[in-house]
Write a protein that binds this ligand. Structure first.
Ligand code: NAP
Length: 432
């Protein structure tokens, strides 16, 4: 039986679980691939650090570069940009197949790596980079390769889903839900990349590139995080039958593609509405297949190691059979359209004076700006606002589809009305 040398870069949360599977399940992996996968070394910063899974001590090394040059398959699970990028490029140059889970690196420099891998005829796989354990990239690139994907909507960040779900179920404000997520280990010490939507945007760029056979860079993604979502937004959405989720949405439009990340209202009965806690899900719409949903754990050492090992087994099978590596299929570079190219429904919450004629004045402004109202709800607070002022009316409006520009003009005009105390939220609505 052929032996394939495997180099593992990193033995943290994910890497240590990959080492466990490679060493403990060696016979099963050999039966499945037709080759023995020999773990030849594990590159780390500190060879003496305690590990969640203790591989034989002789495997640990700090010389990642030498390790890369000795391998048929290189698994990069260090994270960060450097030295991960240089080591992956060295592996490609050396002709090794590369498996990585490094979404940050792919977001920053993916196209360079894909092109180098294509040119060298080696395979570069990264199933673990999007939605952890969930098999989503291979279904998009292989299973749906004969179909045309029209839209992908994903809950691809577990931290923000945990926070929004906690706000929805307990009525907590954002800061309290974030503190709880940090306490339970769902949020990192510096949660910026998660709560500002950057992590979801990196995954949205990868999903859009693969779904539409094009190249979408991180800076092409229109990104808004969840820090401005209030308990009031959540409870108003709930009253109206919606739940707020941070979605990464990649959409094929006439003349290009659009990729955006923002807090979104979706009907509570939508499949994405049922995704609780730190779970992830990706909802795919394709011309022939219709609607599909992929659901599971979006992070964690073992779940992510499962996705990594799927790529490793697939790579090993190809190495046994021979033939050139394959990255993804970029057919054309489609323009990435600005957010205004997308029309969506909107949810607008506002606090108005409780006076006769308020509704007709607001309706008239919507009509003047070409935005059509689908539903309008009014709750009168007879005890006045929180400062003890006169009675107020809380208005919640859901519009029909409108452009960003028309909606922005409407909101500006509303803010100018003397009967409006404040516009409390403007959120997009999907899945209706
Ligand atoms: P981690 O726990 O921080 O582990 C990183 C590992 O890489 C450590 O073993 C560290 O060595 C090693 N390392 C870092 N810099 C190094 C350097 N310059 N030279 C040699 N070794 C170095 O990271 P992780 O959570 O396992 O994540 C790994 C990758 O998977 C990241 O790209 C991440 O985005 C991706 N990913 C993670 C998850 C998840 O749930 N954790 C999910 C999806 C994707 P020491 O141990 O000696 O410090």
């Amino acid at each position: 039986m052929k032996t394939l040398k495997v180099a593992l870069l990193g033995a943290g949360n994910v890497g240590s679980q990959v080492a466990r599977i490679l060493l403990d399940d060696a016979d099963t992996l050999a039966a499945r691939t037709g080759a023995r996968l020999e773990l030849v070394g594990i590159a780390v910063r500190n060879v003496d650090a305690p590990r969640e899974y203790a591989a034989p001590q002789a495997l640990y090394t700090t010389d990642a570069s030498a390790l890369v040059r000795s391998a048929d398959i290189v698994i990069e699970l260090m994270g960060g940009i450097e030295p991960a990028r240089t080591l992956i490029l060295e592996a490609i140059e050396h002709g090794a197949t590369v498996v990585t889970g490094n979404k940050a690196l792919l977001a920053v420099d993916g196209p360079t790596l894909y092109e180098k891998a294509d040119a060298a005829g080696v395979q570069l796989s990264y199933e673990a980079a999007v939605a952890g354990a969930i098999p989503i990239l291979r279904p998009i690139t292989d299973s749906l390769a004969g179909d045309k994907i029209t839209r992908v909507m994903g809950i691809v960040n577990g931290t923000t889903n945990f926070i929004l779900d906690a706000m929805d179920s307990t009525g907590a404000e954002f800061a309290d839900a974030l503190a709880e997520a940090t306490r339970l280990g769902y949020a990192e010490a510096d949660p910026t990349a998660d709560i500002e939507g950057h992590d979801a945007a990196a995954k949205g760029a990868i999903l859009a590139s693969l779904a539409f056979h094009t190249r979408v860079a991180l800076e092409d993604v229109n990104c808004q995080g969840i820090t401005a979502v209030t308990a009031g937004d959540i409870s108003s959405a709930k009253d109206a039958g919606y739940v707020i989720k941070l979605l990464a949405i990649a959409q094929k439009l006439d003349g290009g593609v659009s990729v955006r990340v923002h807090p979104t209202l979706i009907p509570r009965e939508h499949p994405l509405g049922a995704v609780r806690g730190a779970f992830n899900a990706v909802f795919v719409e394709a011309e022939s297949a219709g609607e599909l949903m992929f659901y599971g754990r979006g992070a964690g050492g073992s779940p992510t190691a499962s996705a990594v090992m799927g790529d490793v087994v697939s790579a090993a099978r190809r190495l046994v059979l021979g033939g050139p590596g394959r990255t993804d299929s970029t057919i054309e570079v489609l323009p990435v359209l600005p957010i205004d190219a997308v029309t969506t429904r909107y949810y607008i919450g506002m606090d108005a004076a409780d006076q006769p004629g308020v509704l007709s004045k607001i309706s008239a402004l919507f009509a003047e700006n070409g935005v059509s109202i689908e539903t309008m709800r009014q709750t009168v607070h007879r005890d006045g606002n929180e400062n003890g002022g006169p009675a107020t009316a809380e208005l919640r409006i859901v519009t029909h589809r409108a452009s960003e520009a028309a909606l922005a003009a409407t909101v500006e005009a509303i803010k100018g009305l003397d009967i409006i105390n404040s516009v409390t939220s403007v959120l997009r609505v999907e899945g209706v």
